[in-house]
Ligand binder design. Structure first.
Ligand code: 5AD
Ligand code: SF4
Length: 565
């Protein structure tokens, strides 16, 4: 059958004859179809911006979109965000782009004309949640007969599945990958004539540096700033390099400007975001300095870039903007913690002393299969070095259990690493095989789901038990707490200490800097004496209002916690 079809196509090709059945079009037919399309499409005039307008306006017009196909402005957009903090920040970027084009944001589903779902593809579970949400939205779209409702899928799942998303989920109108958000107004405009629109091109240089994100939650005392995008590490289990593309960093000055603007708006805490923030490199800046060497015992699969401003330089500049602004960063890779980075973190009070050092596994053999570029021993040496350089430092990690071929003995090495290192925060995951990754091509997902689940529970048990001990050791110490608001359940005041741990306390009139007394409000720094501890939350008694610089002045830290009450 295949053979007959091939011969048929070949004969059409030789005779240059069109055939609808095998979708072969002769040169003549193809040229005529293209001519027809050009006739119906925009003309040169549509690409020219009117004389009165400057060619480069801040918000670029889309001259080739005919007036009638332009999306009616003031359309209401409902955002759904899944996944990591990077997705939250990307949603702010998308919102900034759409707001400029006249769209309106709504938090009420019934009002929405457009649903934009920011998706995650890191594990199957993440995608399952999104499919459920799409089921709901499909039903919603069907019921909203009186008006046209559009659904757009953005982010990593859009990039992973591309057109397949529309084939599988007929209700989807727009698919936009992480590097095509600038194109969203055009993509949405195309849907107005009933078309579906897809842009999943990845870029080598898109960082959205010039798009000032508009925060969905304007009242929050903390904000995210994405400083780089993509990842070159190619850990064998990870889909991220395929969905977010190659690593590229945003210029230092645009990050510093954004921190300054946020400080002016009263934001007190900024988290620098990226897949691998500590390999940050602003190559637009020439430096005289020699390149820092990779930490001993760590290697990469890619050729490291040379020159430019590095993460230590960025931390230096960002932390200098406002000494009262707490600076955090995530995610990081253990390979990129040279002494310069550790040194500056130890010196600046507003650089939070919680380091994310994702181990992923405690077994050198598994780490090798994961292509992490370090052994258990090199990782433990780094932890010791970090602890020596930043006394009292807090540590966080990511761990995966049940990776391809993981034996019980190898898993026990993960458990023993968790016993050895005092992690304040850990994100623990059962392995989820992702298509396209090296592991998918090279290994077998051979740890049964039940065993993965059981190992996951064992990791959770160790983590919670150890956290409880670590947190109980804080009872009697005084922490600097940045107030966020009120806890939903108890109505008490909720804030975070330097290790990003929740601290809850009763509202009270406490001593203020001016000698008077007042209650705590969001954005305040309050010195809180810890009186109770659970594995994920501390409870305390508020002592007095303070500032970040004041609190750490003359104190010997114990990092986040001030040991001398
Ligand atoms: N399965 C399970 N966990 C994964 N992670 C990344 N890819 C996978 C996967 N396929 C985890 C890693 C990473 C975190 C963001 O998600 O621990 O650090
Ligand atoms: Fe994925 Fe590894 Fe890159 Fe992290 S460093 S995003 S785990 S490939």
């Amino acid at each position: 059958m295949m053979f007959i079809r091939r011969v048929h196509r070949l004969s059409n090709l030789i005779t240059n004859k069109s055939c609808k059945k095998c979708r072969f079009y002769s040169d003549y037919d193809r040229v005529t179809t293209i001519k027809e399309k050009i006739k119906q499409g925009p003309s040169l005039k549509d690409f020219l911006v009117e004389n009165s307008e400057p060619i480069l306006t801040e918000s670029p017009r889309i001259p080739y979109l005919l007036e009638k196909s332009k999306i009616p402005t003031r359309r209401k957009v409902f955002f759904d965000v899944y996944g990591c903090q990077m997705n939250l920040n990307d949603t702010d970027i998308v919102w900034s782009i759409l707001k400029k084009e006249g769209f309106i944001k709504t938090d009420i589903e019934e009002e929405a004309d457009i649903f934009l779902v920011m998706t995650c593809a890191i594990r199957e579970g993440a995608e399952t949640k999104i499919w459920h949400r799409l089921d709901h939205l499909r039903g919603y779209k069907r019921r909203a007969k009186d008006r046209s409702v559009k659904i757009g899928i953005l982010g990593c799942m859009a990039e992973r599945l591309k057109e397949k998303l529309i084939e599988k989920e007929k209700a989807v109108d727009v698919v936009a990958g992480p590097d095509s958000y600038r194109d969203l107004p055009r993509l949405l405009a195309l849907t107005e004539s009933g078309q579906t629109a897809v842009n999943v091109l990845l870029s080598l240089d898109e960082t959205y540096a010039d798009v000032v994100p508009v925060r969905l939650n304007q009242d929050s005392v903390s904000a995210f700033i994405s400083i780089m995008r993509g990842c070159d590490n190619m850990c064998t289990y990870c889909i991220v390099p395929f969905t977010r593309g190659r690593e590229r960093s945003r210029p230092v000055h645009s990050i510093v400007d954004e921190v300054r603007q946020l400080a002016d708006q009263g934001v007190k805490e900024v988290t620098l975001l990226g897949q691998n923030v500590n390999s940050y490199r602003d190559v637009s800046q020439a430096t005289e300095k020699f390149d820092t060497h990779m930490v001993k015992g760590f290697k990469t699969v890619y050729k490291t870039k040379k020159g430019g401003l590095r993460f230590a330089d960025l931390l230096d500049k960002v932390s200098a903007v406002d000494p009262e602004m707490r600076i955090r960063f995530t995610a990081a890779h253990p390979k990129d913690f040279p002494d310069e980075v550790l040194q500056i973190i130890s010196e600046r009070p507003n650089l939070c002393k919680l380091l994310h050092l994702p181990a992923q596994s405690g077994s050198s053999a598994v780490l090798d299969r994961m292509r992490r570029g370090y052994s258990r021993e090199a990782y433990l040496d780094l932890i010791q070095h970090v602890k020596n350089t930043i006394p009292g430092v807090g540590l966080s990690t990511d761990m995966i259990c049940g990776f391809c071929g993981e034996t019980e003995e190898e898993f026990q090495e993960t458990i023993s690493l968790m016993e050895l290192v005092d992690y304040n925060i850990a994100f623990l995951f059962p392995y989820s095989m992702r298509e396209k990754t090296t592991a998918y091509r090279r290994y077998k997902d051979d740890v049964p789901e039940l065993i993965k689940k059981e190992r996951h529970n064992r990791m959770l048990e160790v983590y919670r038990r150890k956290c409880q001990v670590l947190n109980e050791a804080e009872i009697g110490n005084t922490h600097l707490v940045l107030v966020e608001g009120t806890a939903k359940k108890s109505g008490k005041i909720l804030g975070r200490n330097e290790f990003y741990l929740r601290v809850i306390f009763d509202q009270a009139d406490i001593l203020a800097e001016d000698g008077g007394r007042r209650q705590a409000k969001p954005g305040d720094y309050v010195a809180v004496k810890i009186v109770g501890a659970r594995s994920a939350t501390l409870t305390g008694v508020p002592l007095y209002h303070t500032t970040l610089s004041e609190f750490y002045r003359d104190r010997q830290w114990g990092a986040a916690r001030c040991l001398n009450g």
